[in-house]
Design a protein around this ligand. Structure first.
Ligand code: AMP
Length: 398
């Protein structure tokens, strides 16, 4: 890696200000319901404290819009961290200011502190230099381990680096870049991308970037129907991005010119409405009849995808194959997760780009059988789209 990493730092006795991504889901009792992101930051936190540094952690949680919101305090995440570390975590009532500076001055080597939600201050998302400067007063060195927010130029991810001599990547960011970057820059072939989700517009950079790298692209989910429309098929009342039909035609032409095997569904699960009790049918071909909408990929499509995936050596997946939040439309998405786990067992490299597909494999208990499940939905999508992530660009070069 060309950027400074946590391993390059002398941590002993230092106040290490580290951006983590503890934007975790909470239930109505304000308990953490999924601590994956906290677990993912543990290697860097342990490295700091075991090296005799002071770990001063900062994160956002939810979207409190620049003011204090009791529903979004960091305390539940900090308590979960304390449980995982088996160690006390000092919970601070703010993330900047004299009282916070004083509390940090009292920390001993090896201690851990959690600052209050960064987004209680407007300056965070505005990347206000004054706010970034106040944050920087809390540390001697800066580490970013929040891959999930690396695509945002915020005060705690980008602005703050201007006030440090040393800004380094933590282990999670290194791991994310190693797997996501390795998959797309140095893939074993055949390299297959599976893209789904609601809209083409959200994935167009990824599609265009991957067209130069992959052997096959398998398309599922709502975005398939704009491609169908571009091919003159009937799509009933399926999701359509009318203004992206020309873009879809352009992608199909580019894929053909680059000799990429661009595979659209050949059948659909259809319903008249999105509900758990809706009647469903399987179409014979890709067409969707009037009054119906496509809600999942069909069995012939799954079989076709399976054939291609069985031979794949590298697979990147982003986006569900259907409206997977509704159980009866989740089969396509869950089956892709199982297929990925199976081919990974046999030696393929599988990378899931966060978000809904990561949630699907976690729900199916398949996470441990996937080579790498990214902790960042938006960030991994931008990375796979070839966009430079500001939180990583801002780190010190080696
Ligand atoms: P994205 O954020 O673009 O990855 O989209 C994820 C969303 O796409 C999920 O909430 C799915 O319910 C939705 N989705 C997937 N397939 C379809 C479909 N066939 N029709 C409507 N929405 C879909």
């Amino acid at each position: 890696m060309s950027k400074l990493t946590i391993d390059d730092l002398s941590l002993k006795g230092k106040r290490v200000l580290m951006r983590v991504d503890f934007n975790v889901p909470l239930n109505d009792k304000l308990e953490v319901t999924d601590d994956n992101r906290i677990q993912a930051a543990l290697p860097s936190i342990k490295k700091i404290i075991n090296s005799g540094g002071k770990a001063i952690l900062m994160s956002h949680l939810g979207r409190p819009k620049g003011k204090v919101d009791e529903a979004y305090r960091m305390a539940p995440a900090a308590k979960q961290l304390a449980k995982l570390l088996g160690k006390n975590v000092l919970i601070l009532k703010d993330c900047v200011g004299k009282e916070v500076e004083q509390a940090i001055a009292n920390m001993k080597d090896g201690d851990v502190a959690m600052l209050e939600n960064l987004r209680f201050h407007e300056g965070e998302t505005k990347n206000d230099p004054e706010f970034a400067k106040q944050l920087s007063a809390l540390g001697d060195i800066y580490v970013n381990d929040a891959f999930g927010t690396a695509h945002r130029a915020h005060a705690s991810t980008e602005g703050v680096t201007k006030f440090f001599k040393q800004s380094a990547a933590g282990y999670l960011i290194q791991k994310e870049l190693q797997y996501l970057g390795g998959a797309i820059d140095n893939p074993k072939h055949p390299f297959v991308a599976i893209l789904g989700g609601a809209k083409i517009s959200g994935k167009i950079d990824v599609i265009e970037n991957l067209l130069d790298k992959v052997d096959s692209i398998l398309i599922g989910g709502g975005m398939a129907y704009t491609f169908f429309k571009a091919q003159g098929l009937s799509i009933g009342k399926s999701l359509l991005e009318e203004d992206k039909i020309e873009l879809a035609k352009d992608v199909l032409q580019k894929a053909a010119a680059k000799k990429v095997n661009f595979v659209l569904p050949v059948d659909n699960i259809i319903a008249q409405e999105i509900s758990d009790t809706a009647e469903t049918k399987v179409t014979n071909d890709a067409n969707v009849p009037d009054g119906w909408l496509g809600v999942d990929i069909g069995p012939k499509t799954l079989a076709k995808f399976q054939d291609i995936l069985k031979a794949a050596k590298t697979i990147v997946w982003n986006g569900p194959m259907g409206v997977f939040e509704t159980d009866q439309f989740a089969k396509g998405t869950m089956s892709i997760g199982e297929l990925l786990a199976d081919v990974t067992d046999k030696g393929a490299i599988s990378v899931i780009g966060g978000g809904d597909s990561a949630a699907a494999v976690a729900k199916a208990g398949l996470k441990d059988r996937i080579t790498h499940v990214s902790t960042g939905g938006g960030a991994s999508l931008e990375f796979l789209g070839g966009i430079q992530l500001p939180g990583i660009v801002a780190l010190s070069d080696k």
